[in-house]
Design a protein around this ligand. Structure first.
Ligand code: FAD
Length: 468
């Protein structure tokens, strides 16, 4: 069957666009954290929507499972096939066109395989902003961003990916193309099908293109690195910033001192942002459309925060270069944890007001279970989304530590549940959290999800074993 299948696949997309060599397949088979290592029948790299549709139709006919893959930066194993060697990875990497930019409607139609950085650049070239921003933006694709409903560092100002999408083109499990590339802001003609595909992690169909919303580019940006005592003070700063700066807040990211120390240890160009070390930091960015700037607003926030004893110190970026250095401290956080040995991760959210109490409670519970563990809770405080990560104790055995992944998850997720939070704020479910879902999701909601899956993918060929 594989030889016959591969021959037919070659007739659809060209043999040169099918990867079967073991060494060449390897980068598609491994998740970057090394948590998952799959096998595949082959990697298919179609060039356009028609070819994607033809490949999926062939898979439908032959009962072949399809694993859509964009930039392979997903953090829950959704893009990695199982170990049977019978699943086909469908890479969207060759679908890279900007199909249209409509400045009057403030929309852009892009194909799924463009990296997020390329989409941002295309928007910039058109004099607009596409505000989705992630540390993985150089490699992740816009199709993957939609499929995972990615969050990132500008959610506080612009919302998740879902809020940045007006329309979607997707190939269904039988090879039909659902063309819902609507630019309409208002369209109440029944169920919103695009929203089914956003966040579906490749389990309902293959996203091939999307209509994205564009925004005016900010005329002024002020970036500050703030030192403070703890997350409780960070929450007070957030409230103060809301009162003083309103919707000028573009980013509000929480970082513990240990995270800065990791970056200083592993990134030669990194500099301590403030003269003295502080236990916690906030990266605060304000933006405005006005040319007269937000410097006064930023100064008012920081002065009031100093006066009220909310913050201990702050540095304002004096140049674009310095702002980039501040941002690099935040963006290097994921990579440097890997260099510190084993790391057990959580991508959770709780109501914003509960974040400090959640961090206190989860920290105490985790350290009781892992004395000497190094806590690295960081992330999007402004959205209530914390990456509650735990680095192995210094000198501990990495394998033995990582083997405790689900035990530590249970402790942290128990605290999340008490605060009515979510066990997956922005990374999705994939395979990593699939078995955790039934315990936290309303049973009726799960039934509805299964019914939708069955209706759209009756043969169960779309990314099986993920999410449900
Ligand atoms: P992949 O990893 O290839 O796939 C992810 C999932 O989407 C899989 O289930 C796959 O099957 C499916 N999929 C991919 N493309 C398609 C398609 N065209 N049609 C249908 N299904 C598809 N995520 C955040 O939300 N916020 C962050 O701040 C963030 N920061 C990160 C920082 C780093 C350093 C890294 C490595 C990752 C980070 N991520 C973050 C996670 C990841 O980058 C996002 O989930 C991203 O959206 C995945 O895009 P991708 O193209 O790499 O998708």
């Amino acid at each position: 069957m594989p030889a016959a299948f591969l021959d037919r696949l070659a007739s659809l997309i060209g043999a040169q666009h099918i990867v079967t060599d073991a060494q060449d397949m390897e980068p598609y088979l491994v998740e970057r954290r090394g948590l998952y290592h799959g096998k595949a029948l082959a990697i298919a790299r179609p060039a356009n929507t028609a070819e994607v549709a033809a490949v999926v139709a062939l898979c439908h006919e032959t009962d072949t499972a399809v694993v859509p893959q964009g930039g392979n930066t997903g953090l829950v194993g959704g893009q990695i096939p199982d170990t049977s060697g019978r699943q086909l990875i469908l890479s969207l990497a060759r679908l890279r066109e900007v199909r249209e930019v409509d400045l009057a409607s403030n929309t852009m139609v892009v194909e799924a395989g463009m990296t997020l950085a390329e989409v941002q650049q295309a928007a910039e070239k058109a004099g607009r902003l596409f505000p989705l921003s992630l540390a993985s933006e150089g490699s992740c694709t816009i199709g993957g961003n939609l499929a995972t409903n990615a969050g990132g560092t500008a959610v506080i100002a612009y919302g998740n990916t879902r809020e940045l999408v007006l329309g979607v083109e997707a190939v269904l499990s039988d090879g039909r193309v659902l063309s819902s590339l609507s630019k309409l802001k208002k369209d109440n003609t029944g169920y919103d099908l695009k929203d089914l595909f956003v966040g579906s992690e490749g389990t309902l169909g293959v996203i091939t293109a999307a209509v994205l919303k564009l925004f005016p580019r900010p005329q002024s940006i002020e970036t500050a690195f703030v030192g403070l005592a703890d997350p409780h003070h960070a929450l007070k700063l957030l409230q103060l910033a809301h009162e003083e700066a309103g919707n000028a807040i573009h980013t509000f990211e929480l970082i513990p001192r240990i995270g800065i120390e990791y970056v200083l240890r592993h990134v030669a160009s990194a500099r301590d942002p403030l003269t003295e070390p502080h236990k916690w930091y906030v990266l605060l960015e304000l933006t405005a459309q006005r040319r007269d700037g937000v410097a006064d607003t930023m100064n008012a926030v920081l002065e009031a925060a100093l006066e009220q004893g909310i913050i201990e110190d702050a540095a304002l970026a004096a140049s674009l270069d310095q702002a980039k250095q501040f941002w690099a401290l935040r963006e290097d956080m994921s990579e440097v944890q890997r260099l510190e040995g084993g790391s057990i991760k959580h991508d959770v959210s709780v109501p914003i007001a509960s974040v400090p109490d959640f961090i206190d409670e989860a920290s105490a519970a985790v350290l009781k279970a892992v004395p000497g563990g190094r806590l690295v809770p960081f992330g999007h405080l402004g959205d209530g989304n914390i990456h509650f990560n735990l680095s192995q104790p210094v000198g501990a055995d990495k394998q033995a530590f990582v083997a405790r992944w689900y035990e530590i998850n249970a402790i942290v997720h128990g605290v999340v549940a008490r605060y009515h939070g979510s066990i997956s704020a922005e990374h999705g479910i994939g395979q990593l959290k699939r078995d955790l879902l039934p315990a936290v999701k309303d049973p009726t909601a799960l039934d509805v999800m299964r019914a939708i899956k069955k209706a759209l993918d009756p043969k169960g060929i779309m990314n099986p074993g993920k999410v449900l």
